[in-house]
Structure formats: structure tokens, C-alpha cells
Design a protein around this ligand. Structure first.
Ligand SMILES: C[S@@+](CC[C@H](N)C(=O)[O-])C[C@H]1O[C@@H](n2cnc3c(N)ncnc32)[C@H](O)[C@@H]1O
Length: 351
């Protein structure tokens, strides 16, 4: 019923080409879809994320995914609050069942807003006051360098006009605290049990993804499961987020959250100094998702693999992986990361 894990170094297949059409993948052959497509919001001004004549991501890709997934297979598609309604509509249009929307909550998102006080000065032809300079940095610590590459210096401006002062600090957006991840399923054939017998998919791996109880936590129910509570649709945690939970009145014991709640914040670009992909996802988060949607030896597809975080998670969790990436520079990073993770996996298995 389940595929056997391929113990050779070809437990992954990655393509440096467009995913459109998913050429090279047979119908009904993939066990799970986990992908972080471009959101179409011009993130960091990247060309691959800029909507031009067509919608980004191109909705046809979801039809391609449906074709290659086994009946009953689940998928997770990352999105963004202000465009997720369109992606969900496209997924449904192409034939997927929408099952849920997870929230990946983090603490270190950057609010994208303008300095309205200074804009108001400009609109009234009033010169804002220069009160200092700041170093505008972007990029990552190249080749293990101590510091970020400084791009340029910019003046720190304070509004001078009356209106500018009144609206100082106001903004057009709040801090982004989460990214939605849409849970979808390809329609199963018959009952869930019949579908599993026929295709080996159709359920979530809740047993492998239980969240351990917090130290001292009162367990719910008469027979609490020894491995912890069932994984939920909020994915979070970081030391900083303790404060966030307190703020919203969630009672948590004073424990090491990172281990208990599992999921990491957004990765900063220096986390691995050769990986400069601007939107890479934490491998621990991807590991949780891979474990939730599949069993060992099954095959996971990521049509927009970027620097290959889903693929790395598949290698650490003994899953097979198929990935596509359009841009050569990201493909090279993915190849290196997945290759290293696969080597570690084989060493772990003593193969
Ligand atoms: C949001 S990023 C994925 C980042 C990834 N999760 C990681 O951890 O590195 C989306 C990626 O899709 C790629 N992409 C965009 N259009 C594509 C297409 N038609 N086929 C394959 N890859 C594409 C972009 O180059 C970009 O690297």
C-alpha cells in the first residue's frame, strides 16, 4: 500500500524549470503537496513575485497538482492574508476541497507602512526635519562575514508641519503576525477507509505530530494521550512569543516554548549564510507539516521549492521529494541543502 522509501540517493527529484504542467510526474502518483508559492505581492521587489498580465501564482498549477496527487491526498499551500481569498477560490475552482486554514504565527514580521507624518509634510511642501541617519541594510552575512552588507545610509526624518506632527507614527498597516496555510484535499474515492486501502492516503498523521504537554499543565479529558495534544491549526512559538500569548490571555507555563510548541519564527537571512532566499521557511515548521501530511516512504511535491526547505524536511523525515524551481540561483541552493540533508539521512540510517 505505501511506497517503500528509496534508500539510494535518488529519494528526491528536483527540476530547475517551471512547474507549470508538472512535466515528468505521472497522474495520481504523489502522496502530498506542500508548497509556498509566490504570493503576488511584489515581496522585496522580486520579479518572480510581481503580478504582470497573469495572476500569481497561475491558477492552472492547482489543476496540475490535482492531476498528480493520489485521490484523497492532502495539500498545504502557504498564502498571505490579503490574497488568500483568491488562492482559496482558485484551489476550489480547480477541484480541491478546502479543509482548513492554519495560521503560522510569528513575532518578527515587519509592518509595511509609510511614514505618514513626513508624507504629509511633503504633500504640503514643508521640509521635514533631519534628526539623524540610519543604516539601511539588506541581504545576508556573505561567506560568514561578521556584519550585514550595508546598502546605504538614509536620513531619519521628523515631521515639521502641524498636520505631520498630529499624524506622526500613524500607519496604513498593522504588524503582520501570521501567514495563512491553506489545507486542501483531493476528493477521496469512497469512504476514507476505502481510499486508504486503495491509495495509501486520505488522513492526517495526527499521531506523529502530537504536541507534548507543557510542564505542569493540567491535562484535558479523562484519558489524556501520553504523547500530548493533537496538533492544531495554529502553528507557533518562539521565546518572544511567550509575551504575545500572555498579551492575548493564553495561559502557558513558564517553559521552553521552542521545544514544546515546535514551530520557529521566520528565518533571518543570515541563518545559513549561503542561503539568501528572501522568503525561506524554517525547516522545523516544514518538518511538522511533512509529518502531518505523510508517512515515511511517501512522496511529497513542492512545485515552488525556492531554496528547498520542504525537500530538506522530507530528507530528515524519510520521505521522498519532488521539487521545481524556476530560478537557477535558488535551484543551486536547494540542490546543496537537499543533497546535504540526504547525505545525513543515509548516514543516520547507516546505509
Ligand atoms: C515563496 S518562494 C519559496 C521559498 C521556499 N519555501 C524556501 O523555503 O526557500 C517561491 C519560489 O517559487 C519560484 N517560482 C516562481 N514561479 C515559478 C514557476 N512557475 N515554477 C517554479 N518555480 C517558480 C520562485 O523563484 C521562488 O523561489
Amino acid at each position: 500500500m505505501l511506497q517503500e522509501i528509496n534508500e539510494t540517493s535518488n529519494s528526491y527529484k528536483i527540476y530547475n524549470k517551471s512547474c507549470m504542467g508538472l512535466e515528468g510526474i505521472e497522474d495520481n502518483s504523489i502522496d502530498a503537496l506542500i508548497t509556498d508559492p509566490p504570493y503576488g505581492i511584489s515581496v522585496f521587489n522580486e520579479t518572480w513575485d510581481k503580478p504582470q498580465e497573469q495572476e500569481i501564482p497561475n491558477p492552472k498549477i492547482w489543476g496540475d497538482c490535482l492531476r498528480v496527487l493520489k485521490p484523497g491526498a492532502f495539500g498545504l499551500v502557504f498564502s498571505f492574508p490579503r490574497v488568500m481569498h483568491r488562492v482559496m477560490w482558485h484551489l476550489e475552482e480547480q477541484g480541491f476541497i478546502i479543509k482548513d486554514v492554519f495560521s503560522w504565527v510569528y513575532f518578527n514580521g515587519m509592518p509595511k507602512t509609510r511614514n505618514i507624518g513626513v508624507d504629509l509634510d511633503k504633500a504640503q511642501n514643508v521640509k521635514s526635519e533631519v534628526v539623524g541617519t540610519y543604516k539601511y541594510v539588506q541581504g545576508y552575512k556573505k561567506n560568514g562575514a561578521e556584519t550585514y552588507k550595508v546598502q546605504q545610509e538614509k536620513p531619519i526624518l521628523e515631521p515639521s508641519s502641524e498636520l505631520g506632527k498630529k499624524y506622526k507614527g500613524a500607519g496604513t498597516n498593522v504588524k503582520p503576525f501570521y501567514e495563512p496555510i491553506i489545507l486542501v484535499q483531493k476528493r477521496p474515492e469512497g469512504s476514507t477507509a476505502e481510499n486508504i486501502i486503495k491509495h495509501g492516503v486520505g488522513v492526517l498523521n495526527l499521531e506523529a505530530t502530537r504536541i507534548p504537554y507543557l510542564d505542569g499543565e493540567t491535562k484535558v479529558g479523562h484519558n489524556p494521550h501520553p504523547l500530548g495534544r493533537v496538533a492544531g491549526n495554529i502553528l507557533t512559538a518562539d521565546e518572544l512569543e511567550k509575551e504575545y500569548f500572555k498579551y492575548f490571555g493564553v495561559q502557558l507555563a513558564d517553559v521552553e516554548l521552542t521545544e514544546k510548541f515546535i514551530f520557529k519564527s521566520k528565518v533571518r537571512q543570515n541563518a545559513e549564510n549561503f542561503n539568501n532566499h528572501p522568503t525561506k521557511k524554517p525547516v522545523r515548521l516544514m518538518e511538522h507539516l511533512v509529518k502531518l501530511l505523510s508517512w515515511e516512504g511517501q512522496t511529497v511535491l513542492d512545485p515552488f521549492m525556492g531554496s528547498g526547505s520542504t525537500g530538506v524536511a522530507c530528507m530528515t523525515q524519510n520521505r521522498n521529494f519532488v521539487g521545481y524551481e524556476l530560478e537557477e540561483k535558488f535551484f543551486d541552493i536547494a540542490q546543496k541543502r537537499i543533497g546535504e540533508a540526504e547525505k545525513d539521512r543515509l548516514e543516520r540510517l547507516d546505509f
